[in-house]
Every structure is written in structure tokens, then in C-alpha cells.
Design a protein around this ligand. Structure first.
Ligand SMILES: Nc1ncnc2c1ncn2[C@@H]1O[C@H](COP(=O)(O)OP(=O)(O)OP(=O)(O)O)[C@@H](O)[C@H]1O
Length: 651
């Protein structure tokens, strides 16, 4: 893969990843999204310009959908400001004509006065309109930004869980979060800049054309060196940014490791400080060299550009002098033309820079749109019949194969579960218990087979309605950076009737976490994240109790508990399992490796390599000579206070 290096040249990856000492930065590989950056670098300016109309339409569409008022204001005020520029320049010509006319000075001034007032008014109006347009633009840009961010997070929180198992989806999501998400605002911003530039060019060109059309042609020619310099400098700057992105990611990662509460203990325990600082220093040295290279090459380009521009300006002024000498233009018109030339020059520069930036933005914006399309393919339609719950859940030859995997994680599983039961899924690591539980909970859709709630295929049910009857205590829960109370409340933040289910405190009591929360500095209002002021943290087991309280607060008909007591002490485990006992209104699905906790389950399903290999209650399974008994005996042996020899598998 090609990589972009220090001075911005495309280089061999091995060369790029090697620093001056010959050691390597294996992580300094280009992220995939950089391909767009390379495309920009390799595309000619005219190729970019050809795509402009489509981009401008797109940007105006986005801006229009966000705020009509600010869109009209940004564009309309800029156009009006352009008209004022033309007026101002033409009025300046009249002022100069009057001033250079023959006659006594006071009379000439008097004659010039009306045009002078007109010029002053036009320039004041232009200034005011430009400021107002800038204000509207400044209001529009963050609104567009928030809108695209919300659209993105709306998609990421709606897609099926399975989307996150698709490596392409995850990578695209990172890329869009990294850059594409904010491009819509940048497109709008650059479109308005482009409009401003074009209007400026047209306004001054109109004035010049009225003064002397030959000067207009000269102006366009004289701008070429400047345009080339601007594009070259912008591209080189961009290439530098590109090469830095990878290094900066690495630096950012190292910086996060070195200034982070979670890594502080390990860094000290392993005395990693010098290693991390050394890595950081190496990249900084690389960065500094790249910066110096850039400054050198940019300065050279600017010197060459400025010299060429200077020569071009001399040429234009020579033509102007020639026109003056031959009587093609009068002195007053020549002076006004000089002003127009300068104004046009600045507007052309704005136009060129905006075109180049707009093109670049558009490529990243395309990523954003592609991601939204991909997300919508991973999203279930919200229609489907609502459900009031279930009495039975039936799995009929249900399988699930993760993307990029040849072996199904769950393989043709058929079982029937009833409300009022406690059932347990048992098996060794990787046997498919969590995957099966997620299928039962409706978090995954089977790749084959059918799951029915009271005979109705769950894919015909409204997913939101179905989800409202399910609570999941996940194995890999997240420490949400909210208060203790909110951490429970988010189990069902939208409970329609308060008092319908357990209160936050009831749920906390059931999960043996109420006393712990009361002991926090602000009780249920204590923020559980040390990274914020006044934030606190809990131990792993205390967090797990809080997670259990959240699911109890959710109070759903189906409760799936995946290793609910892995981090709990004996007392808390007892409390949690007391709550997870048989209840007529609930179906409880338990996954645990602590088999003593499921002895009283109505049904135990034993899994091996994705398949159900045994089913029955504890006594029935102990009576069989199978995996369940083997696992149970192995565990029970650990609790026996005898010096009997350990099972063969442990020796
Ligand atoms: N998101 C995923 N993408 C791809 N493969 C996965 C994913 N999650 C699990 N697997 C694979 O599916 C198989 C079953 O995993 P699962 O988590 O269901 O097992 P488990 O019985 O719950 O294991 P454990 O007891 O360790 O929690 C394993 O081989 C695992 O590597």
C-alpha cells in the first residue's frame, strides 16, 4: 500500500514506517480513509471544478434542510454585497473622472460629491452586508454540523447489533466519526465562500468590462500564477496534514496511555514510563522534520509564485499604461481599473481555495452518505405488529453464523420456553450460550430457523414493541458515566406510568446495592465516573450489582442474565439469585458457570460447539453420564473439604 511521507511524496510503506534509526513504527499505516486524500492530491484543479455544480446543489440542499432563513441570508446577502461592489467601483470611476476634469478644484470637488457619496454608501452597504452574511454563515455551519452528527448517531443506535460484527461497518463508522461526519458543515461553509468569491469576481469583472474590456482579459491572465501558487500551497499543506494524521493518531494514543487514570497503575507496575516516552519522542522527532520540510517547500513555492505574480501584475500595468498613452482609457478610468484589479484578485483567490476545499470535503462527505446507506441496510423496518408479550417462546432449528465465520455459533437449536420458568444455558467457553441468549432476547436475528412468540414469527413483530418485553443483564456490561440513580433509571427511562414497576431504590435493594449507593457522597446523585469533577467509582462487583439493579428496574417479562454474578461476593450473589427465582409473570434465562446456582432451574440446556447436547432438570442431567455431570462434578470437587485426589483433567 502506498503511504504519504514527510514532504508529502507518495512512498513505500516500509520506508514510511522506518524512522532515522532504522527501527519501525508498525502502527503508522495509513488508515483506509486516506485514499480520498490521495485522490484529491492526484486530481487536477479543472477536474475538481467540473464537479462543482453538483456539489453546490448538494450543499445548498443540506443547508436548506437545516435552516432556510440562514441559507437565504448567507447567499442572498453575499450576492447583494457583490452588486454593491460593482456600484462602488463604477461610482469611483465617476468620482475620479470629475476630479481629473479641467477647472478650479472647489468646483471639481463639488461635481464629484454626489458620486463620492454614492461610492461611500455602496462601500458601507457592502461592508454591512458582508458582515451580516458572515453572521448568517456562522449560524448555519454549527446547525448543519449538529444535524449531521445527530443523523449519524441516530443510525448507529438504530442498526441491528449484528452490524457491529461486520468489520466493514465498524471501520466505516470510525472513519465517518473521524472526519466525514463534520464534512457537511464544511461543504456548506466552502460553498458560501465559493459563492462569495464568484460574486466578487463577477462584480469586479462587470465593473472592469464597463471601464475597458481589454483589462478584463488581462486580469484573468494575471491571476494564473497566483491561482497555481494557491493550489500548490494548499495541496502541500494538505499532504502534510495527511502524513501527520497517522503520526498524530499514534501520538494521541501514546498521550492517552500516559495521561490516563486507567493505565496509571499498570504503567507504574511494569515501569513502562521510559518506553512510552521514548516512543513519543521518536514520533515527535519525525513530526518536527516533516514540519521543517514543509516550511522549506512552501516558502520556495510562495517565492516563485510571488515573483510570477509580480511579473504578471507589471504586465497588466504595462497594458494599462499603453491604453492610457494611446487614449483608449482616460486617466480616471485607469485609476478605477487599478482598484477593480486588486479587488478581483482577492476574489479569485477565494474562489480557487474554496473550489479545492469543496472538492476535498465532498469526498469525505460521500463516506458519510455511504455509511448512512450501509446503516439503513442493517436497520430493521419499524413496522410489524405490536406485541403484548408472550406465554411461550419457541426456537425452531435456529442457527446463527457470525460474519466471516464458517462455523455457526448456534447450530440448529430447537427449544420451547414458557413464562413462569427459570431456564439455564450451560456449556464450556465458546459453546454458544451468549449467542443463543442474544437470539432469545431478539438482539440478533437468526441466520436460519424461526423464533416464535406465541406462534408468531418474531420477524413479523414490531422490534421496539418486542424489545420492551425484554431485559438483558449482559456479560460485558459498560460503566455508563452517569449518576448512580441514572445508571438504574436507564433500564427503562421512558416508563409510561411511574409507580407501575419497581422504584429505583427497590431495584437497588433487590440487587444488594442500595446501601452502597447511600454510602456514596451524594447518594443516588453521585456521578460514577472519576474522570469528571466530583465523580466516583465503584468496585467491579459493586458495578455488577448496579447493572443487576438496572435490569430489575426494567422489569420485563423476559429476563436474560449472562453471568450475573461473575464479580459478586457470596452474599451479593445470594441476594441476586434470590431475586432470580421462579416468578409466574417472568421467564428467566440464566447463563452461569457456577452450576450450583442453577440446580433449581426448571430446565437446563447444555451446549457444545453451538449445539444443544443435553436438556433436562438438574436431577435428570446428573443421572446421565454426560457433559453436565462432568462439569458439575469438576466444580463440586473444588468445594469438597477432603484430600481426595483432583480429577484427572486438573492434574
Ligand atoms: N461478535 C462475534 N463475532 C464473531 N464471532 C463471535 C462473536 N461473538 C462470539 N463469537 C464466537 O461465537 C462462538 C460462541 O461464542 P459465545 O460468546 O456465544 O460463547 P459462550 O458459550 O457464551 O462463551 P463464554 O462461556 O466464554 O461466555 C465462539 O466461537 C466465539 O468466538
Amino acid at each position: 500500500m502506498e503511504t504519504v511521507t514527510r514532504a508529502g511524496q507518495l512512498a513505500d510503506p516500509d520506508e514510511t514506517a522506518a524512522d532515522a534509526d532504522g527501527s519501525t513504527f508498525p502502527e503508522l499505516e495509513d488508515p483506509d480513509w486516506m485514499r480520498h486524500a490521495r485522490e484529491v492530491v492526484q486530481t487536477s484543479f479543472w477536474a475538481m471544478a467540473r464537479r462543482l455544480p453538483r456539489l453546490v446543489r448538494e450543499a445548498i440542499g443540506v443547508a436548506w434542510a437545516t435552516s432556510r432563513r440562514n441559507t437565504i441570508a448567507s447567499i442572498g446577502l453575499n450576492i447583494t454585497a457583490g452588486v454593491m461592489t460593482t456600484f462602488g467601483l463604477l461610482a469611483t470611476t465617476t468620482v475620479l473622472t470629475e476630479l481629473f476634469a479641467a477647472g478650479p478644484t472647489p468646483e471639481r470637488i463639488r461635481a464629484a460629491l454626489p458620486a463620492l457619496l454614492l461610492t461611500a454608501s455602496a462601500m458601507t452597504a457592502r461592508g454591512t452586508l458582508t458582515i451580516a452574511a458572515g453572521w448568517a454563515q456562522a449560524r448555519l455551519v454549527p446547525q448543519v454540523n449538529y444535524r449531521s452528527e445527530l443523523r449519524m448517531f441516530d443510525a448507529t443506535t438504530t442498526v441491528d447489533l449484528a452490524a457491529f460484527d461486520d468489520a466493514g461497518f465498524a471501520e466505516e463508522m470510525d472513519r465517518v466519526r473521524d472526519r466525514g461526519m463534520r464534512e457537511a458543515a464544511s461543504i456548506v461553509d466552502n460553498t458560501v465562500n465559493l459563492v462569495t468569491g464568484v460574486v466578487g469576481v463577477l462584480a469586479t469583472a462587470a465593473a472592469l468590462a464597463l471601464i475597458q474590456p481589454i483589462l478584463l482579459a488581462c486580469l484573468l491572465l494575471a491571476t494564473v500564477p497566483e491561482a497555481i501558487t494557491v493550489v500548490r500551497v494548499a495541496r502541500r499543506q494538505y499532504l502534510n496534514l495527511l502524513s501527520r494524521t497517522t503520526r498524530r493518531r499514534r501520538m494521541w494514543m501514546l498521550a492517552t496511555l500516559m495521561a490516563n487514570r486507567h493505565t496509571a497503575a499498570e504503567i507504574r507496575a511494569h515501569q513502562m514510563r521510559e518506553f512510552l516516552l521514548g516512543e513519543y519522542r521518536r514520533i515527535v522527532a519525525f513530526e518536527t522534520r516533516a514540519d521543517l520540510d514543509l516550511v522549506r517547500s512552501q516558502t520556495t513555492t510562495r517565492v516563485l509564485g510571488a515573483s510570477a505574480s509580480g511579473l504578471a501584475s507589471v504586465a497588466v500595468y504595462t497594458v494599462l499604461a499603453g491604453l492610457l498613452l494611446t487614449g483608449w482609457v482616460v486617466l480616471a478610468a485607469a485609476a478605477a481599473a487599478l482598484l477593480a484589479l486588486q479587488a478581483a484578485h482577492a476574489s479569485l483567490k477565494t474562489t480557487v481555495v474554496a473550489t479545492s476545499s469543496l472538492y476535498e470535503d465532498a469526498l469525505y462527505y460521500q463516506d458519510y452518505r455511504d455509511f448512512l446507506d450501509r446503516a439503513s441496510r442493517h436497520t430493521r423496518p419499524v413496522e410489524g405488529q405490536p406485541t403484548a408479550g408472550f406465554d411461550t417462546i419457541e426456537l425452531d432449528r435456529v442457527s446463527l453464523r457470525y460474519p466471516d465465520s464458517d462455523i455457526p455459533a448456534v447450530d440448529e437449536v430447537s427449544l420451547t420456553l414458557r413464562r413462569g420458568q427459570v431456564i439455564a444455558l450451560v456449556g464450556e467457553n465458546g459453546s454458544g450460550k451468549t449467542t443463543l441468549a442474544k437470539l432469545i432476547a431478539g438482539l440478533y436475528r437468526p441466520t436460519s430457523g424461526v423464533i416464535r412468540w406465541d406462534g408468531v414469527d418474531t420477524s413479523d413483530l414490531n422490534p421496539h414493541s418486542l424489545g420492551s418485553h425484554v431485559a438483558v443483564m449482559a456479560q460485558d456490561w459498560w460503566k455508563f458515566p452517569f449518576t448512580a440513580g441514572q445508571n438504574i433509571l436507564i433500564g427503562r427511562h421512558d416508563r409510561p406510568t411511574p409507580g407501575e414497576g419497581p422504584s429505583i431504590e427497590d431495584a437497588a435493594r433487590a440487587a444488594a446495592v442500595h446501601e452502597i449507593v447511600l454510602g456514596l457522597p451524594h447518594g443516588y446523585d453521585t456521578l460514577l465516573d472519576r474522570e469528571y469533577k466530583d465523580g466516583h467509582d465503584l468496585s467491579g462487583g459493586q458495578w455488577q450489582r448496579l447493572v443487576a439493579a438496572r435490569s430489575m428496574y426494567r422489569d420485563a417479562a423476559l429476563l436474560v442474565c449472562d453471568e450475573p454474578s461473575a464479580a459478586l461476593d457470596a452474599r451479593a450473589e445470594h441476594a441476586v439469585f434470590q431475586h432470580l427465582r421462579r416468578r409466574p409473570d417472568k421467564l428467566i434465562v440464566l447463563i452461569t458457570h457456577r452450576l450450583a446456582n442453577i440446580r433449581h432451574a426448571d430446565q437446563i440446556f447444555v451446549m457444545r460447539e453451538g449445539r444443544l447436547v443435553q436438556r433436562g432438570n438438574h436431577d435428570e442431567l446428573m443421572a446421565e453420564d454426560g457433559l453436565y455431570r462432568e462439569l458439575f462434578d469438576l466444580q463440586a470437587a473444588g468445594y469438597l473439604a477432603t484430600s481426595s485426589p483432583a480429577p484427572a483433567s486438573l492434574t
